[in-house]
Structures are given as C-alpha cells and as structure tokens.
Design a protein around this ligand. Structure first.
Ligand code: ADP
Length: 589
C-alpha cells in the first residue's frame, strides 16, 4: 500500500516528489549538524577537563616532592632553635635535685649559696654568653637604682652586695616575677628559666612545697658576643654552606628590621625569597629564623620533569584539539559540498530534461508533417537549435568538471601566445558583448612572451571569467580585459563594474557548487562550477588566480602564468600552435 499521498500519482501510488525528499534530507542534515556541534563541544570540554586534571596532578606530585625534600630541613631549623635554647640551660643542668631547705638555711646564714649551687654559678660566670650574675632574693623590697642586690664576684668567688647594676637586671627579674606569680601555685619543680627576649635570662628558685619563690638569679646576656660570635658561628656550624645544606637561614630582628646573623654571609637576604619562618621557643621574642630553600638535585629533577611533562601534555592537547577541529571543519565542508552537489543534481536534471523535452515536442510536430507554414517551420528549427546549444554547453561544463577533477592527464600544455588567444576570443565575442550593452575595454601589451599553457584550459578560463563578468553586472555594464607581462609572469585581468562580492563570499567562490546568496545570483543561471573549474585549470597549468572585489563596485579576477623561457624546441612547438585552434566558447545562450 502506498504511504505518500503526495504529488506525482502514478499507477495509483503517491510517489514522493524531489522537493519532499530534499526537505527530509535537509531535516536529517540539520539534526546531524546539531549533533556534530554537541559532540565537538563535548570533545573540547573532555580534552580540556582531562588536561586540567593532568596539570593539577603533575603540580600536586611536584609539590609533594618539594615538601618531602624540605620537611627534614624544616625540622633541622626547629632543632637549631632548641639547641640554642639548651645552650643557656646547660650551666644549670641538674638544679632539679637542689634541696631548697638547705639552700634557704645556708643563705639565711651569710647570704651565700650551698656548695652545689655555688659550683654551678661559678661555672656560669666563666661562660662568655652571660655578662654578670646577680641574685635578688624575693625577701628584698625591690630592685632598682639605689637598692642593693647580690652580685657574683668571680675573684672572691662569692655573692657580694652591689647597688650599681644595669636596668636589664631588674627588667629580667621583673618579668620572671610576674610570670611566676601566675605559675607558682601549681608549679611542682624547684626552678624555672625565663628569658627577657635577648637581654637577660633569669633562673627563679622555687620552693614547690610552700609555693613560694626563694629568689631570682638574673644574668644579662653579652649582646656583642651573642650577636657577633655565638649566633653566627652556631648558624654556620649547623647549616654550613647553603649548597650543601639546601637552605639559607637568616636570624632577623623583626622589630628593628635588621639581619643579625646568617648561615652563609655570602648570600644576601631577600625578603621575597623567604619560604619558611621559625620562632624561638620561649625566648628571643624579637628574633626569628627566616629560611629560603635552595634547589637540591631532587627538586631540580622534579622541576625539569614537570616542565617536560607540561610541554608533552601541551603538545598532545594542541594536537588533539587541532585534529578534532580539523575533522569537524572537514565534516562541515563535506556536508556543505554534499548539499551543494544535491542541489546541483536537481538543477542539472532539470536543465538536461527541459531542452530535451522542447526538442522532443518540436521534433514530434515536425515528423508528423502537420506543420507546413514556413515561418512556423523556421521557429521550430530555431527552437531545436537553441535548445541543442544549451544542451551542448551544459554537457561541456560537465566535461570540464570531469577534466579538472581528472587532473594533469587531460591537460596538454604547450608554448602559446596568450595575446593571440585573447585577441581572437575578443574578436569572436565582441559583437555579442556589445549587444548586451557592455562597454568593452581591451588592453593587450605588445611583445607578450609565450607561456606553457593548455589551449583548451585557457579558453575555458577566459570564457568563464568573461561570462561571470557579464552575468554579475547590473546597471553599470563594463568589461575590461587586459594582458600584460613582466620578466617572470604573464597576467590576465578580467574586470567588471558589477555587483561585487563581500569578503565572506570571496572565500568560497572557488569551492565546487558554491553560489552566493544574493538576488542577482538567484536570478542568474549557474551551478557554482565555473570558478572551481577555472581555479583547477589555472593551477594545473602552473598559474595562480586571485580576486579583488568590492560590493556594488565590481570585481577584478587576476590570472597569472609563468612566462616561458624560450628554447629552440619550444619555439618550433610554439610556431606550430595556431591561435585559430582555440575553441572559442560561445557566450550566446
Ligand atoms: P556560477 O556563476 O555558475 O554560479 P561560478 O563558480 O562561476 O558559478 O561563480 C560562483 C559564484 O561567485 C557565483 O554564484 C557568484 O555569486 C560569484 N561570482 C563569480 N563571478 C562574479 C563576478 N564577476 N561578480 C560578482 N560575483 C561573482
């Protein structure tokens, strides 16, 4: 049973018309078109997504390699801060075993320490880091100028009363006293070390059983020794040269913004390059260790492998994106070509059928012998002739396409005088061109050298360009044909003052089956094959073609062939070529 109740009823069945098939085809094409765009977008997103994930993982891996490499160095810096701290405690190591009762009773007798403590104080007095050693019993009213406190005298090896001491002593003791006030209630050890930044260190003697403070042993630090000797050499000893250690460490006084010491004095401090900071635990509040890491072989290797990976990844992504876009563009082009081919097929079928139908009908009438009248007979004859010409032109064009597609094999280049070919073409077509109301301007230079060109090809090229100039001109009807030469090239120009073309159209005119979408083109007969044939033939003959055009002003098509460097053989070949051999294409319909 027939499904389509369309046009074209035959044998009782509805046959789908060409237009219906075209429409359905277009619909399917459109659907595929959207699908193609969606797939392209999905492809691009997938590639970009995968790339960013890969870049992220590469960076993560690189970062963790750096962290693993740097972690031990950070620990080394923390260890250094602890070591410095330990240095201040060292002279008083073992004080926890001090018997506070004995110390108190010994002190109450003559203001002196027990032998055990005395030994440690004596040892501390020889340590260059402490300037002097003072003891302020908590029984004293206060500490300040005029008040007497005890000072260890290394010569007499005992504590002596003293009323002239630096302010740092009372400041250090004051800080210790304030801290201990809060701590002493729950404190269970008999001593505590408290720093007044880098100025002094105070040892508080505590009686944990009574939760009282017995006194403060305060030692101002020797600033010169600390800054110029002890800390620089400690830093240098601990970290050595930056290249080996993998770090540069600076001791910086952040309150005064100055560098006190550094592990490698040869490396200048740069605040922006600091990657890690370490405070001192409980002491040197104004000072900080600032660290910049130098690249070890592991990090160098990780850096270069990251760079290599990124380059390879980048290249792969560009390649993938490039191929995807290329494939998409090719598919788009092929689709457009297929569409144009389908349109062409419809046109060609129509154009082949029409003259045949006219000729068939005219022939039928003539063969019947019914037409006797001379005028009608002549009319029928003219009809048949004209339609036959149309048919021939149509077939010729199709053959030209086939020829251009077949390539070199059908081209027979030979040395020719292009000026003669152009002139004979113009002579033949002049009257027709003028009858179409065109002003004809021909400029052929003298002494044009020969070119190695296939005569048929040249004829097709010139014929198509002139035909287009005539077809795509409205009010201003001008046709300019010129031929000129220099040492290297012969240049043919076909100029019109017609409708012209926008840039978007120009980029497609040499595509097969392409026709611009403007009113004049729509009204003009054509299949979008002429210029594609022209371009193929020009290139097959070793030439090139370009076009300059302006909408509303006209177009100039410029074809260039290389001149022939004459040789005797070529000369003789050339003389054998007669310009009349050119098959002048008829512009008449
Ligand atoms: P056809 O003329 O059969 O359409 P062509 O390949 O010769 O095919 O030309 C392709 C398209 O280029 C034409 O449809 C027309 O839009 C445009 N074109 C060609 N020559 C000219 C011209 N001289 N002026 C303006 N437009 C032109």
């Amino acid at each position: 049973m027939c499904q389509n109740a369309d046009i074209g009823q035959k044998n009782g069945c509805a046959k789908p018309s060409f237009n219906t098939i075209q429409f359905k085809r277009q619909l399917i094409m459109k659907r595929y078109d959207s699908l193609r765009w969606i797939l392209l977008a999905a492809g691009v997103i997938a590639i970009l997504g995968l790339t960013s994930m890969n870049v992220y993982s590469l960076y993560e891996l690189h970062e963790s390699t750096i962290q693993v490499d740097r972690q031990p160095k950070k620990l080394q810096v923390a260890e250094f801060a602890d070591k410095v701290r330990y240095r201040f405690f060292k002279p008083f190591w073992g004080l926890s075993s001090t018997n506070m009762e004995r110390l108190k009773s010994r002190f109450s007798q003559d203001n002196q320490f027990t032998t055990a403590i005395h030994k440690r104080v004596k040892q501390a007095a020889t340590d260059s880091i402490f300037k002097d050693i003072y003891f302020i019993p908590s029984s004293l009213d206060g500490c300040g100028q005029g008040e007497s406190i005890l000072k260890y005298d290394p010569e007499k090896e005992k504590l002596v009363w003293n009323d002239s001491y630096p302010a740092a002593v009372c400041d250090g003791m004051g800080i210790a006293r304030t801290q201990m006030k809060a701590l002493v209630k729950d404190y269970k050890y008999n001593n505590k070390v408290i720093f007044d930044t880098n100025r002094s260190v105070t040892l508080a003697f505590i009686d944990p059983s009574e939760h009282t403070i017995f006194g403060y042993l305060t030692m101002p630090l020797d600033q010169e020794y600390l800054k110029n000797d002890f800390l620089p050499s400690a830093l240098n000893k601990h970290f050595g040269k930056s290249q080996q250690a993998g770090v540069n460490v600076w001791l910086r006084d952040w309150t005064n913004d100055n560098i006190i010491a550094s592990s490698d004095p040869g490396v200048p401090y740069d605040h922006d390059k600091i990657q890690f900071k370490q405070r001192f635990p409980d002491f040197f509040d104004n000072w900080k260790l600032e660290v910049s890491f130098t690249n070890t072989p592991t990090i160098e290797a990780s850096n270069s492998s990251l760079l290599k990976n990124l380059i390879v990844l980048g290249a792969a992504v560009l390649l993938l994106l490039g191929s995807l876009v290329f494939m998409f563009m090719s598919a788009q082009k092929e689709r457009a070509l297929a569409e144009r081919q389908a349109g062409f097929l419809a046109n060609v079928t129509h154009e082949l059928k029409t003259p045949l139908a006219v000729m068939q009908a005219a022939g039928e009438n003539l063969s019947d012998g019914r037409v006797k009248d001379q005028t009608r007979l002549k009319n029928y004859g003219t009809h048949i002739y004209n339609e036959a010409v149309r048919l021939r032109r149509m077939i010729e064009k199709l053959l030209d396409v086939a020829k251009a597609d077949a390539g070199q094999s059908l081209i027979e280049p030979q040395p020719v005088n292009l000026d003669q070919l152009v002139q004979s073409y113009i002579d033949e077509q002049k009257s027709y061109i003028k009858s179409r109301g065109f002003a004809l301007d021909v400029a052929i230079e003298n002494d044009i050298p020969k070119a190695m060109v296939d005569i048929d090809s040249f004829e097709t090229i010139l014929g198509n360009l002139v035909e287009n100039a005539l077809k795509y001109s409205n009010e201003e009807r001008y046709l300019g044909v010129s031929l000129e030469a220099d040492d290297d090239n012969i240049t043919l120009k076909v100029e019109d003052h017609g409708v012209g073309m926008p840039k978007k159209v120009i980029s497609h005119i040499f595509d097969k089956f392409y026709r611009a979408e403007d009113t004049l083109t729509a009204q003009t007969k054509g299949h979008g094959l002429g210029l594609s044939i022209v371009k193929s033939l020009v290139e097959l003959n070793g030439g090139s073609i370009r076009v300059s055009s302006e909408v509303g002003k006209g177009s100039i098509f410029t074809v260039t062939f290389p001149t022939l460097v004459n040789s005797p053989v070529e000369e003789s070949q050339a003389s054998a070529v007669d310009s009349s051999a050119m098959r002048s294409p008829s512009l008449t319909p």
